[in-house]
Design a protein around this ligand. Structure first.
Ligand SMILES: C[C@H](O)[C@H](O)[C@H]1CNC2=NC(N)=NC(=O)C2=N1
Length: 94
């Protein structure tokens, strides 16, 4: 899949809530939860969503705060797939 241009990335970020660009090739979001185990359940859900389309996030869990980072390794940057997953993760958080 082709890497997106800076302009395409900016446009896609405008359509998402809470995601930001990091080091030009990552999009990042922090999700907050009422309980620690709610965050763990969210991580389980996004793990399945990611495995289904074979595109995997970097995840860090800091008690009730889950940080998710997405990038496309082969493309060495951001592709449509990263933004598709970001929207899927947001739906799973709702
Ligand atoms: C062969 C396999 O589908 C690829 O290596 C996948 C696996 N998961 C992946 N996850 C992410 N985040 N980026 C990739 O480029 C990627 N590539």
């Amino acid at each position: 899949m082709d890497r997106l241009s800076d302009c395409e990335i900016t446009k896609r970020l405008e359509n998402l809530q809470g995601w930001s660009l990091q080091d030009e090739k990552w999009i990042v979001k922090k999700y907050r939860f009422k309980e620690y185990l709610d965050g763990i359940e969210f991580v389980r859900n996004i793990a399945h969503i990611s495995e289904d389309i074979q595109h995997h996030p970097m995840i860090s869990i800091d008690y009730k705060l889950v940080t998710v980072k997405l990038s496309s390794w082969q493309a060495k940057g951001l592709t449509e797939l990263d933004f598709k997953l970001a929207a899927d993760y947001d739906r799973s958080y709702e």
